[in-house]
Ligand binder design. Structure first.
Ligand SMILES: Nc1ncnc2c1ncn2[C@@H]1O[C@H](COP(=O)(O)OP(=O)(O)OP(=O)(O)O)[C@@H](O)[C@H]1O
Ligand SMILES: [Mg+2]
Length: 548
């Protein structure tokens, strides 16, 4: 435990050190563009870095941002005190920004929906950045470093640098850490690369000033990159689109500083401020469009996956249904043959004997002789036997008691008969409060018990079984349990995936599912338990009430 605690502490310290180092590097690069005062730059990616770090890793990395900002300022201008104040402002701005994003703009998912992006822009990029600009400008003024300089312009430069830093860098940092699972086709990937390369190329033409003839290098043509940003939003994934905006921003800043592009003014700071305003619009356009387009692409993708899953399920069910229908037809044929044989070999033979006996009795009657009583009682017995056989066949086809006396009584009669035929003792728990159920449900439950007890007899080797039923909270539960050899886990899995060797349990599951219920098979190696649960729905309740 102690070791684990030390390990996580070391990891935290390493993360803080890494964040401080990265902040120092981007901070120093940003301050190289400071014009009005060495600590106030119109380009400040540190704000976006801080918000991104807090959104991804949590607030506990605040010392990394603080140390990075402190060192950046200490190594640039001002005093230890002003560096502490500025670093506090930078850290606080990141913490407040991340807090507002978590609270109101869906946290790390902020860049997936247009609505959240607008909230992020307003609350984090525009509002929370006033903290750093105000603390920074005020502390430098109070310490006497910027006396005599235009305070409002320093504040504006500071604030705008932070706003664009948040708008351009935060989405990139967060989106790369939280990529979507959408798989692109090779064509989409190629389109993406083409869009990225085109934007960089056009950026270089517009801001790099290399390929434009000297006469038109300063024309305000920067808006020409907007169509490419829009094109990129269609073909690049959100993290890539945000990276392309950073790429464009770097090219544009580099070009503007060297005096190229449409934002160049005599005042270098003003040039950068104008460029940054333009970049904030570009970044917002790219972010919002990309989010909308990818939201649509991802929904279409999820729909496609759901459709494929549904189709495979339908195919699976159709196959099961096909097998069950085939088996049903086979069983119907077998049953027909069995009944025909039964009627032919037994009932028809008995009736033929009855016919013969009646013929003999008739002969006796024609001779005015009394028929032997043995013959009459034999005929009587033959008729009774045939009657019994017809009853048995008719019972197996559809237990008549189910309609007349209801499920409970029909099950009792069936289970008693089963015990007599198989010698398996069956414990019965069939409470009287079961009441009458709709006909189709009673038949389904009866058939489940019948199939389960037949399985106990055929497969389990158990000398005992139990049938339990209960009705609670609008649900009927039926359990058939034995103490036999049980079922291997593999067989249970097969039955659950409708892959079992027989059709008995599969058919029962279908029956129960048609009634809106579910059937489970359980085995612990010391027996098998089949449990079915069926809701007695409104429809059922209504039918019941009508005594249907
Ligand atoms: N009570 C039980 N004890 C042990 N094994 C069982 C039990 N009930 C079912 N089984 C196993 O589960 C398999 C599937 O049962 P199922 O009722 O679906 O088919 P079946 O009885 O083999 O054939 P049929 O289609 O005639 O019902 C059986 O083959 C048997 O191996
Ligand atoms: Mg069976």
């Amino acid at each position: 435990m102690v070791q684990q605690g030390n390990q996580s502490k070391t990891k935290l310290i390493a993360k803080i050190a890494a964040v401080a180092l990265v902040y120092l590097v981007v901070g120093k690069l940003g301050l190289r563009l400071a014009v009005l005062y060495p600590s106030a730059s119109a380009v400040w990616p540190g704000t976006g870095l801080a918000m991104g770090v807090f959104l991804i890793f949590g607030y506990e990395l605040w010392p990394g941002i603080f140390i990075g900002a402190f060192l950046t300022n200490l190594l640039t201008a001002g005093s230890v005190l002003t560096s502490v104040a500025i670093a506090s402002g930078n850290t606080l701005e990141g913490l407040v920004g991340a807090f507002l994003i978590f609270r109101y703009a869906n946290g790390r998912e902020a860049f997936r929906r247009a609505e959240d992006i607008f909230k992020f822009a307003l609350l984090a990029a525009v509002a929370s950045t006033t903290i750093s600009a105000t603390i920074g400008t005020a502390s430098l003024y109070l310490a006497g470093f910027t006396r005599g300089l235009p305070q409002s312009r320093i504040w504006l430069t500071w604030w705008l640098g932070d706003v664009v830093g948040a708008l351009v860098v935060t989405p990139c940092v967060v989106l790369w850490s939280n990529r979507s699972t959408y798989q692109r086709s090779w064509k989409e990937t190629a389109d993406g690369w083409l869009a990225f390369a085109s934007l960089m190329l056009v950026g270089e033409v517009l801001f790099g000033g290399v390929w434009l003839p000297p006469g038109i290098r300063h024309y305000p043509l920067s808006f020409l990159c907007i169509p490419l940003v829009v094109w990129g939003a269609f073909h690049l994934r959100p993290p890539e689109a945000s990276t392309s905006v950073i790429g464009l921003s770097l090219i544009a800043v580099w070009g503007t500083v060297r005096g190229f592009g449409g934002f160049v003014e005599t005042d270098k700071n003003l040039s950068l401020l104008l460029l940054q305003t333009f970049m904030s619009v570009v970044s917002m356009t790219s972010m919002v469009l990309c989010a909308v387009i990818w939201e649509r692409k991802e929904s279409a993708n999820s729909l496609r996956i759901a459709k494929e899953e549904l189709e495979s399920k339908v195919a699976e069910r159709t196959e099961t249904l096909r097998e069950l229908t085939a088996r049903l037809l086979q069983i119907r044929d077998e049953e027909g043959r069995r009944i025909a044989r039964e009627l032919h070999d037994s009932t028809a033979q008995a009736l033929a004997a009855v016919c013969m006996n009646l013929g003999a009795i008739k002969t006796h009657a024609e001779r005015d002789e009394a028929a032997p009583t043995g013959l009459i009682s034999e005929t009587n017995q033959l008729v009774r036997g045939a009657l019994n056989e017809i009853r048995t066949v008719s019972y197996l086809l559809h237990p008549p008691m189910l309609d007349e006396l209801g499920l409970r009584s029909a099950l009792r009669v069936y289970i008693d008969g089963f015990t007599q035929r198989s010698g398996i003792q069956v414990e019965q728990e069939l409470p009287a409060e079961l009441g009458r159920l709709p006909g189709d449900l009673e038949t389904a439950i009866f058939r489940v018990v019948q199939e389960c007890l037949t399985n106990v007899h055929r497969h389990s080797g158990s000398a005992k079984a139990a049938v339990r039923m209960s009705r609670q909270n609008g649900c009927i539960t039926i359990e058939v349990e034995d103490e036999g050899k049980g079922m291997p886990a593999e067989m249970i899995r097969k039955i659950a995936s409708s892959n079992s060797p027989g059709v008995g349990l599969r058919g029962m599951r279908e029956r129960i599912q048609v009634s809106g219920g579910k059937l489970e098979v359980m085995s612990n190696g010391k027996g098998t338990k089949v449990r079915a649960e069926v809701p007695v729905q409104e429809r059922h309740a209504a039918k019941e009430a009508h005594g249907d």
